[in-house]
Design a protein around this ligand. Sequence first.
Ligand code: X8Z
Ligand code: ZN
Length: 666
Amino acid sequence: MPRQVSAMYRTALLLFTVSVAAEAADVPRVGPGGVRALLRQVDGLASEQCTRNVVAQWRYETDVGEETQLAALSAQAEYSHFQRAVWDLLKTLKREDVGDPDLWRQVRLLSVVGPAALPLEKLERYNRLINDMLAIYNSANVCAYRDPFHCGLRLDPDLTQLMARSRDWEELEHAWTEWRRLTGPRMRPIYEEVVELTNEAARLNNLTDGAELWMFPYESPTLKLEVEEVWEEVRPLYEQLHAYVRRKLRDHYGPDKINRHAPLPAHVLGNMWAQTWSNILDITLPYPGKHFLDVTPQMIEQGYTPASMFQLADHFFISLNLSAAPPEFWSGSLLEEIRGRPVVCQPSAWDFCNGKDFRIKMCTRVNLKDLVTAHHEMGHLQYFLQYRHLPKVYRDGANPGFHEAVGEAVALSVATPRHLRSLGLLRSSPSEDSAHDINFLFALALDKVAFLPFALALDRWRWDIFRESVAKSRYNCHWWRLREQYSGIKPPVLRSEGDFDPGSKYHVPANVPYIRYFVGTILQFQLHRTLCKRAGQYSPENSHYLLHQCDIHGSKAAGEALGNMMALGASHPWPDALRAATGGEEYKLSASALRDYFRPLEDWLRQENLRTQEPIGWTYDGDYCKQSIETAGLQVYGGYYNEATSTSFVLITSLIIPIISSFLIW
Ligand code: X8Z
Ligand code: ZN
């Protein structure tokens, strides 16, 4: 117990310090001067508290064990107490007292603390419930379809690989249904309580419900409408992709399995949630003889290492005249797995809140996919570096989607054949062959375009749940209605309200918002287009330039635009950050850049679908979900019932992840 006592003592001391600071500043009466002094105090304390917490989380995630877990838990509790103390203090301030708009912005941002606003015992309950859901998620393991005595198949890597590689309809269906049977139903009652607590936290934050709480960082009362409008812009392209993929699936699995008018069955798209489809490239590639080269063998041949992959990414940012990763990054990061040390392998970038310590944790393997991910993570790191001069409250993305978009925008350049050639990873001469281009764009669309309706449906579903516009008895069928509506995807077998299929996706048990990935996917193309213009490699008037062939490497002008955007952090509403990146040309989310990027593919798909007379769109073709509680989700299935192994280790490994992912890591 000594650790807890000392944590409580420190918190009490901090509360005292903050309230003394408030008194000294004589907050409400003195106006901006007093508030400024108070915020300076809060800023210093917040940075210190944040560092203490991040250090503990880092130790835990890079060396998972009971001791590091307890330390991380206690640091997290202390940080929540601190946030709550600041919140208690600042919520009494009125706009008129503060006056200065920038100070008011800081006060406003500090006044929304999420679940930390809950009374202590409810906050503990909230964390416990999420922990319980993640314990279910992390401990689920499935038995093999053909060998029911071979059990213990986990999501990562077993089921993920199976969903990617198997082309056996029944085997895929088994993995799909089993994963859901073992995760969702057990979580459902817990999730219902988490919804209530999230809504309660929202109300304590002076917001109407959890949906408003989750939309708060976007500073737009019309976010829902905005993302729906953007989706309508993408939809014509998505429908062409969907129709083409349906034909290819029909060719592979036969017309009895894939109906030409129906939504796509969710289990044959190469991913457990059908969120990205590039794993079925082998059966869908437009020009099978002309593969888009995966340069992994060349990387291995040339002796690439995890460190050299990150150095390459670092050099990319340096070539844009942006910041180099500091020495602390190279000495402190964990860029590959360490034998014998349990590590949370989910790639993440960490800001230690002290202006000098920034790290990445990634179990990097030498392949092209991880090279792209390394750039993604280094995008987060670059954002940290660019806004490090700002007060703590502004050290954040313009909105969460911006943080996701930077590395992805850069990765769009890195993955071009032109760039890979410049790295000596592709030896072929520049190809005039449009078949290569179509293959390249198609592979990318299977990930980026297919992902959008999934990301949108996931948070549309949770917004609807928080707003109580869906009865508890309709949770699962509502999910399938949205999946059908946005993605044209259906479950492979009849679902019911005995199931809880959204719970099969990590971000639901973790209660982590997802719309950032939708926003980030749209934004990365807006950024790519504007940076390519700056780099002199794109002009809408000149058909010689194609957006998907642009590589901004070495462009200081592009780097300046990106740097200007990142340096704003969260100090201004995000449309200002977009203006900073685009030289004032753009200030709202728009899919026009994404459509421009994929234009050659869209034209090709349109022709191809016409040629094969493939119907565009989909029609509902039967029962997907029964609005009654079937027992299928809970019953013994096929004679084998593998109980989730709820050991204390499982609890340990699952506990911290959601807590920090909602605040600290990227
Ligand atoms: O959760 C993540 C990242 C964290 S920044 C690993 N992603 C979403 C997912 O895995 O579902 C990246 C793509 C969408
Ligand atoms: Zn990310």
